[in-house]
Design a protein. Structure first.
Length: 260
């Protein structure tokens, strides 16, 4: 289905921690959005033609609202302009985009929901919608600024790692799993590539079904430009090479499909 650009209304905005912002927008995209999908958000700066992909953190279909949690990456970036939006403003968006997590596969299973860095926000809606036997949320932060902690605690058993050891396990999400002697039947994960590479290796070693959401710089966001590709086991029908488009074919992939 072709997605069209629309003017989403800003409902509220707040800073969750240093450089991390939460933006609620009113948009028709909320009616069809799934956990793991993303929105392409445009600035009003004519010098920045390309949108910024921001993952969906929460979905409220009844009120046609989406929550986007993002990091400001610099003074001259589109995300800096987003952080200045106020309630009542309008922002151009396209979405929802991407395929989302196949969370129905978790029914009756013991699950790891794993997020790291700015890959933490999309895990929240996944946790809210997932029906499973045991929901273990394992998230990693840099330090004690554990944004979304209270929301996670309401939607599963929460385990935290921090790089500086200020909260939870010192280290990363895999250190938490080892320290707490955790196990699972299926894994859903989102975060930076080194984290996903470690999770993929762990899943293959333990023979656990694993779905990962890849982070990548995107241009068009709809699969036309081939700027955001990842290496895959099989040839892509679109380009006839061993690549898949993260924005169109992903961002969620079965971990055994892709090479990291």
């Amino acid at each position: 289905m072709e997605r069209k650009k629309e003017q989403a209304k800003v409902l509220s905005q707040e800073m969750l921690s240093d450089g991390i912002y939460s933006l609620w927008i009113e948009t028709e995209a909320a009616l069809t959005a799934r956990p793991g999908q993303f929105m392409s958000v445009y600035t009003t700066d004519a010098s920045k033609l390309l949108p910024r992909p921001i993952s969906i953190c929460e979905i409220d279909k009844e009120a046609k609202r989406l929550r986007l949690v993002y990091r400001v990456t610099g003074e001259k970036t589109g995300t800096k302009q987003f952080s200045e939006l106020k309630a009542g403003d309008f922002v151009p968006v396209i979405g929802p985009l991407g395929n989302g997590f196949p969370y129905e596969k978790a029914e009756g299973k013991k699950v790891f929901l794993m997020g790291g860095g700015i890959g933490v926000p999309p895990i929240l809606e996944l946790a809210k919608q997932m029906q499973c036997e045991e929901k273990q949320i394992v998230v990693g932060y840099r330090d004690a600024h554990t944004f979304l902690k209270e929301e996670f605690e309401q939607n599963g058993t929460l385990y935290i790692s921090t790089e500086d050891g200020s909260v939870g396990t010192k280290g990363n999400v895999m250190d938490t799993i080892r320290e707490q002697s955790l196990d699972a039947d299926i894994i859903f994960a989102c975060g930076p590539t080194p984290m996903l590479r470690a999770i993929k290796a762990y899943a293959e070693e333990k023979k656990i079904e694993c779905y990962i959401s890849l982070e990548e710089r995107m241009a068009c966001g709809i699969g036309a430009c081939l700027a955001c590709v990842c290496k895959t086991k099989e040839k892509d029908a679109h380009s006839n090479v061993n690549n898949k488009r993260i924005c169109k074919d992903g961002p969620v992939f079965l971990s055994t499909e892709v090479d990291l």
